[in-house]
Design a protein. Structure first.
Length: 368
């Protein structure tokens, strides 16, 4: 028996990007689920001569160590020392493990490892087409207050970017993983907006070049309040496009969240469209379909597809997708929608950024 493995490839003369989504076989012991997931991913990477660019693991806190050990055993020399992002979700229909996402690349030279304070935390892939950086699991645990941890997390990201001659203006996508999100999301937004204003991403005279983003109620398994992943295009400079409004959604800054609805960036094998975490929100920024899981799911999918359409992508271009469900009951309602769309679903159970939101989707799509 094997885990459920979805692999999507985009090829160019310079490189091939490989997007892997793996979810566990149901009703199997957790050790078997973990072993099968990483054995399958390892087989794909080795058969393609591929190197990991970014990796995320979604599970309960209690399952994280089992997954860490299974990954180490399966990967061997594939492990370059950069930790994946271990993200804590509630138990879902598949058990303690929700799934694993890997973005990998083959062709050309291997990615170089990025370090901060001697700790591997990211990678750079360089090709004639572009120089592409990823950072994973950027966090701080020295301060007990969540907003201060977020501030230091953002500062660490900026420090690494500046080391390579860029800043957040070169970042098309961030992921903000926030433990107990409902207790401090307003504080987090305040920290992020202050940083982006200071760095010239938003405010008078700027081009409103905020990254696409997800801010969701999954905390890091390492015990901190928050952690961050991001991608950056080091070269060519200024090549990222940003979409502020799409479909029924206006600019998120109108209700205090500093992110773009989507961005389009040059990546090793083509152009990648990053669709931000998207929910059932109307043109006024209000939650719609209150208490109606079916309605929220339908509206959310419509909103995601509207963003994809605005960025000249369709369903077949989607290479990674995560559905965030507030409860396992919401997850069950979602099952027919998953089957209707041939997207590489991973589903995580967690709080969304508002108490009345039951569901959220983020997506990544690619075209040449």
């Amino acid at each position: 028996m094997t885990a459920n493995l979805d692999t999507r490839n985009v090829e160019s003369p310079e490189a091939t990007e490989i997007f892997i989504s793996s979810t566990p076989r149901e009703n199997a012991p957790i050790q078997d689920q973990a072993r099968e997931i990483f054995a399958g991913i390892s087989d794909v990477l080795r058969s393609r001569g591929a190197s990991i660019l970014q990796e995320r693991i979604f599970s309960t806190q209690s399952a994280a160590e089992t997954l860490r050990k299974a990954r180490a055993q399966a990967y061997g020399d594939l492990d370059d020392g950069v930790s994946p992002s271990f993200l804590v979700a509630e138990e879902g229909s598949s058990g303690p493990i929700a799934g694993v996402q890997v973005h990998a690349v083959s062709g050309g030279s291997k990615p170089e490892v990025v370090q901060l304070d001697g700790i591997p935390c990211g990678r750079i892939f360089r090709s004639p087409r572009c120089s592409y950086l990823t950072l994973s699991y950027i966090s701080d645990q020295q301060d007990q207050q969540a907003p201060e941890q977020a501030r230091i997390m953002m500062q660490k990201g900026d420090t690494i970017l500046k080391k390579y001659g860029v800043d957040f203006l070169s970042v098309p996508r961030t992921w903000m993983w926030l433990k107990d999100i409902l207790s401090w999301y307003d504080d987090f937004n305040h920290v992020r907006t202050n940083f982006f204003t200071e760095w010239g991403l938003v405010g008078p005279g700027t081009r409103q070049s905020m990254p696409a983003s997800t801010g969701i109620g999954l905390g890091p398994a390492n015990g901190g309040h928050c952690t961050m992943d991001l991608t950056a295009v080091l070269e060519p400079a200024g090549s990222t496009e940003y979409l502020q409004a799409a479909g029924k959604q206006q600019c998120a800054m109108e209700y205090g969240s500093a992110f773009s609805r989507a961005s389009k960036a040059v990546t090793p094998a083509g152009h990648t469209v990053f669709v931000s975490g998207t929910a059932s929100i109307n043109t006024d920024g209000q939650t719609t379909n209150l208490g109606d899981a079916e309605g929220q799911k339908k509206t959310t999918i419509e909103n995601v597809r509207a963003v994809l359409g605005n960025m000249n992508c369709g369903d077949d271009d989607v290479v990674h997708v995560i559905a965030y469900c507030k409860t396992t009951e919401i997850e069950k309602v979602f099952e027919p929608y998953k089957k209707a769309l041939n997207w590489p679903w991973i589903t995580a159970i967690c709080d969304i950024c508002r108490p009345d939101l039951l569901f959220e989707i983020e997506a990544t799509a690619m075209h040449k």
